[in-house]
Design a protein around this ligand. Structure first.
Ligand code: 5AD
Ligand code: SF4
Length: 474
């Protein structure tokens, strides 16, 4: 693993590397699609829905872009840099398109939603534009595009959850999978474009979530991560008369009860919404992982208010205390934004202070990037100079480095149950896997008869800032 996560690398780690997936036997299909995903885990999960829809239309996934009849790019709008990366990729595809007649290029996801038909007009290279709630219309849109029409559907929905579509797992390690439990977000954090690109929050049918998790487990998967922009506000009211609504705590428990051998994770929690009930449910089940991603965004109450996060620094710190009281061994990570509108030196110090208090194991750290259409863009001036934002971010990154190292050093000599995910990237003689706290541990195979998906007890013998090093305990 990286010795140290710079903003760029950790941004990609967080947002997932772009990938060109392969699923199933490509020779089984005459037509092929290539899909590259950017952004959050939700986008990666959506690409698996898209793959399922395209499979039904007779398109197989290919990793070789030259072989593709359809090229899709599932895009992210969260920061300007993410959009720049996508534009660059589109110009790469332009060259390919000139060489291969009939090849179609489609833009999916948040940028499609944000820029809508502009894509077709501005970037003459795009044939299809589809927003996150319109993937069911892909087959019809592909047909329209084949017949030379410009194909767009960026309608957002209040109901769509793709509950009945079984995702086709792309580039999976066969051990862990993402399961989307809700879509959209109602929170309106002032900096965030997500409520505009992904629409209103809606929860997926609990039974369909349970069926998907059970199916994964029966197919050898050992870990599911329940995904939503704000999982704590999951709330599903079954249609049948008299059925009780399902809360996130209940859903979590029901997924955990599929099998003690199935690990359950979730992301993302909002500090204002995570309940004691969720913490107690976690504490009751060994297989619900001891790890909470609890984005603070800023440690200054004044900035939090401008960000519309609806909690104060004291409220946040009380939540951290509550987690530590309920589960002393729980890992906590965060998202932090440096240089939000009007941020002063004291606000920045408050952020460093909350970081030190929370002792984050890990954080995803960004400098503020103004996004068109957001509340912050409409209400406030993006007035912190870029060099100040970058200097503050560097200080945040430096502090997080120290906190991560201290957290890892604190694990020296401890024993953890580790789920093996596969070979270590650096050395085929080593396994890599995670403990419940979501820390990556690398350890020698020692000639033992183990495989990806097995659980082993590992003792920590060393560490870097990013990784634990260990040995199997016989
Ligand atoms: N600028 C910088 N970071 C942002 N994030 C969201 N919007 C912005 C923005 N405009 C960060 C937040 C969020 C994470 C997914 O991305 O920290 O939690
Ligand atoms: Fe954006 Fe806030 Fe919703 Fe997260 S909770 S997606 S930061 S609006």
């Amino acid at each position: 693993m990286e010795e140290f996560l710079t903003e760029k690398i950790q941004d990609e780690a967080r947002q997932g590397e772009a990938y060109a997936p392969f699923a199933g036997d490509p020779n089984a299909y005459k037509k092929h699609f290539y899909i590259e995903s950017y952004g959050c885990q939700m986008n990666f999960a959506d690409s698996e829905i898209v793959a399922s829809i395209l499979h039904k239309e007779g398109f197989g996934a290919t990793r070789n872009v030259e072989e593709a009849d359809l090229i899709f790019i599932n895009t992210c709008s969260i920061r300007e840099k993410a959009e720049q990366t996508v534009r660059k990729r589109l110009s790469d595809f332009k060259k390919l398109k000139r060489r291969k007649k009939g090849m179609l290029v489609g833009v999916l996801g948040c940028m499609a939603e944000r820029l809508k038909a502009k894509f077709l007009e501005e970037e003459k290279l795009v044939d299809i534009v589809v927003g996150p709630d319109a993937y069911r219309s892909l087959p019809a849109l592909v047909e329209e595009a084949v017949s030379g029409q410009k194909a767009v559907n960026v309608l957002l929905s209040r109901e769509e959850t793709y509950a009945d579509i079984a995702p086709v797992r792309l580039d999976s390690n066969g051990v862990s999978a993402f399961v989307s439990i809700m879509r959209g977000c109602n929170n309106m954090c002032a900096f965030c474009v997500v409520p505009f690109t992904r629409g209103r929050e809606r929860s997926r049918d609990a039974e369909s979530i349970l069926a998907e998790c059970l199916d994964l487990f029966e197919n050898g998967y050992k870990e599911v991560t329940l995904l939503g922009q704000n999982v704590d506000s999951y709330y599903y009211q079954p249609e049948a008369n008299g059925s009780k609504p399902v809360t996130f705590a209940e859903l979590l428990e029901r997924v955990a009860m599929i099998s003690p051998l199935l690990r359950v994770r979730f992301s993302t929690s909002h500090p204002k919404d995570i309940t004691d009930e969720v913490l107690h449910t976690m504490a009751r089940h060994h297989n619900i992982c001891r790890y909470i991603h609890l984005p603070v965004q800023s440690g200054s109450t004044r900035i939090l208010q401008l960000m519309n996060r609806t909690y104060t620094r004291e409220w946040y710190m009380a939540k951290v205390n509550r987690i530590r009281e309920t589960m002393p061994d729980c890992g906590i990570s965060s998202d932090i934004i440096a240089g939000f509108c009007t941020e002063e030196e004291q606000d920045h110090q408050d952020t460093l202070d909350v970081m030190a208090f929370s002792k984050y194991d890990m954080s995803y750290m960004f400098f503020y990037s103004e996004r068109p259409g957001t509340l912050a863009q409409k209400r406030f001036k993006d007035d912190v100079p870029e060099e100040v934002k970058k200097r503050r971010l560097a200080e945040i990154v430096e502090l997080q480095g120290k906190l991560s190292l201290a957290s890892n050093q604190n694990d020296l000599g401890k024993k953890f149950e580790v789920l093996i995910e596969g070979n270590s990237k650096k050395n085929e003689q080593d396994w890599k896997g995670r403990n419940s706290q979501n820390k990556m541990i690398v350890f020698p195979k020692n000639g033992m008869d183990l495989k990806a998906g097995d659980y082993v007890q590992v003792e920590v013998t060393g560490c870097t800032q990013a990784t634990l090093i260990g040995k199997i305990i016989e």
